[in-house]
Ligand binder design. Structure first.
Ligand SMILES: [Zn+2]
Length: 85
């Protein structure tokens, strides 16, 4: 098991895939190998940023509320119109 094997496995584990190597062996290597430790720190940061961006959707709360408010006042006006004289 060399550093490349470990990094491939760590990357798979970060992606939620089967690392194909025992987690204990990966953690033991990462603990004893500064190169893989800093590689893992960078990979975790990239994975986190990617996930944050993936759920970054536009906030449509204001337009939806505005549309709903317009719909309510339109239906209220329609409901009141026949009663007015
Ligand atoms: Zn290593």
């Amino acid at each position: 098991m060399n550093c490349d094997d470990v990094r491939v496995a760590l990357s798979a584990r970060l992606d939620g895939e089967d690392p194909r190597l025992p987690s204990a062996a990966l953690d033991a290597h990462t603990d004893s190998c500064p190169g893989c430790r800093s590689w893992l720190a960078r990979a975790e940061r990239v994975t986190r940023l990617t996930r944050l961006r993936a759920v970054d959707v536009p906030d449509l709360t204001a337009p939806v509320l505005a549309a709903a408010s317009r719909a309510v006042s339109r239906s209220a006006a329609t409901a009141l119109a026949p009663g007015r004289g």
